[in-house]
Design a protein around this ligand. Structure first.
Ligand code: SF4
Length: 493
């Protein structure tokens, strides 16, 4: 395969600013040429076109190749992980502008940001602006959770322009199409899933795991069923006295996913909504079903990841991750938070980023962001910004702890720039360069201060990093044999 100097297949020209040394992010907006159309076009006569199918056949697809290069992994390793089900590459065959990426325990921890309109705010341009911000702040995937009007038009525009995988929760749109929840049918759900698959959605959350027999298990909870999809399915089952239609239609859902290579994100409809409800019987009963559904998806070569809680005390997070990995045979774990204390509304990007980092350290593959508005209202652009950065910090901290290729190098590079008082380099290497620069310049805006050996925190006289350089001079001289054992001298002020 012909490659560019960055090791990307010829034609895959989506090169943007790196996330840090060693990462080689390919995210761009607007997207480059739709090179995937050519890749997928070559496979048009294949009876099955999922990445899992090709991986099990022994093929390394272009998608695997690009995803591997973005991770610093061998393409054959990515292929083997996809074949095993331990890694997914969400890549709908109809998503032409996608720059493929891998989600799994052996890949860099990913983060998802949510966008989408509501019944009161709705337009294509507004949603594209949110997508633009998600790309700018480097969310790895974006979920369109639109529940208002014009959903098809908005989603088509998002998929067409997005270089990152797009996820949805199809039941939200299905609910919009019926006057009352009880009018919802399996056929309507399936037609929504198919329509979204045709549009190019890369992964879909389906709440197939909530079953009728689980409903009595939430009796002793404080906050009941907090997942929107889970609560809707529960109400439907109660109204009709029947089993969850998404569970009963699972084989048909798999056929659609197999046709378009839609990855399934098995929703945790019974996730706990507060610390009191964490790790209870209802949560784990659903998890067992998710394990069964994972294996059924793999039988059809459908890629799958499994969603997880929610609100969990810090000490229970490692057990929760281990249990999911065990029950779901190591399918990638996609966690929402988890929030580790319920008492800080307005700051749940922080309460959840703490839990997310611990979950990622113990094996979660992707983190769904939480914004400061969680539990309080619809996030605005600033909330989205705060949520994404909080989650990139959580994911990166876990990547460092797990020794991911390139992760620690980023920290070391910014530390060297900091110690060298190379302020511009420090800003450039920051996770959020604009904010870092703005904070520095608040007190010392003049360009001359971009090489100053201090900042406004300690001032020139007490800047410990400047003072510490006298120790460096001493050690350098000692190493060169110029100094005996008299200890360091202080630099001239
Ligand atoms: S003045 Fe203080 S905070 Fe600023 S660079 Fe020096 S040691 Fe760091």
């Amino acid at each position: 395969m012909a490659t560019t100097e960055r090791g990307i297949p010829e034609g895959a020209t989506c090169i943007g600013p790196d996330q840090g040394p060693g990462y080689g992010s390919l995210d761009v907006f607007p997207p480059a040429e739709p090179i995937r159309a050519e890749w997928v076009g070559r496979r048009r006569n294949d009876p099955v076109r999922t990445q899992m199918h090709y991986a099990r056949r022994g093929d390394v697809t272009e998608e695997m190749w690009v995803a591997a290069r973005r991770e610093g992994l061998e393409p054959t390793f990515v292929r083997d992980e996809v074949a095993r089900g331990r890694m997914i590459i969400p890549a709908n065959v109809a998503h032409r502008n996608l720059v493929p990426l891998a989600i799994g325990i052996h890949a860099r921890c990913k983060i998802n940001a949510n966008i989408g309109n509501s019944a009161v705010t709705s337009d294509v341009e507004g949603e594209l602006e949110k997508l633009r911000r998600c790309i700018k702040y480097k969310a790895d995937t974006v979920m369109d959770l639109s529940t208002g009007g014009g959903i098809d038009e908005i989603r088509a525009a998002i998929v067409e322009r997005s270089p990152v995988p797009i996820g949805t929760v199809p039941i939200y749109q299905a609910i919009q199409e019926v006057p009352r929840l009880e009018d919802l049918t399996a056929d309507l759900l399936l037609s929504n899933i198919r329509r979204q698959a045709e549009q190019g959605v890369d992964y879909m959350t389906v709440h197939c795991g909530v079953r009728r027999e689980h409903l009595p298990l939430v009796e002793s909870r404080i906050t009941g069923i907090v997942s929107r999809g889970g609560s809707l399915m529960a109400q439907w089952m109660l109204t009709h006295g029947r089993e969850n239609p998404l569970y009963e239609s699972y084989d048909e859902i798999l056929e659609i996913c197999r046709e378009y290579d839609v990855s399934l994100s098995l929703g945790d409809g019974l996730r706990p909504g507060c610390l009191h409800d964490a790790s209870d019987e209802a949560q784990f009963a659903e998890l067992e079903v998710l394990g069964e559904l994972t294996r059924r998806a793999w039988e059809r070569d459908v890629q799958v990841m499994v969603e997880g809680p929610g609100h969990v005390p810090l000490d229970q997070i490692p057990m929760n991750v281990r249990r999911q990995i065990e029950v779901c045979d190591e399918a990638p774990f996609y966690v929402l938070g988890p929030i580790v204390t319920d008492v800080a509304p307005g700051y749940d990007h922080i309460t959840s980023a703490i839990g997310a980092s611990v979950a990622a350290q113990h094996g979660a593959a992707m983190l769904c962001y939480v914004t400061p508005k969680e539990h309080l209202g619809l996030p605005n652009a600033d909330d989205v910004h705060q949520g994404i950065i909080a989650y990139r910090i959580a994911a990166h901290a876990a990547d460092v702890a797990r020794g991911r290729p390139g992760a620690r190098e980023w920290d070391d590079a910014i530390s060297r720039a900091r110690y060298a008082f190379d302020w511009n380099e420090q800003f450039a290497l920051s996770m959020d360069p604009d904010t870092a620069r703005a904070m520095h310049d608040e007190e010392l805006p003049h360009e001359a201060f971009k090489t100053a050996e201090f900042c406004s925190m300690c001032g020139p006289k007490f800047c410990s990093m400047r003072i510490s350089q006298a120790v460096d001079d001493y050690n350098a001289a000692r190493k060169a044999g110029g100094i005996g054992g008299t200890g360091p001298t202080t630099r001239e002020e």
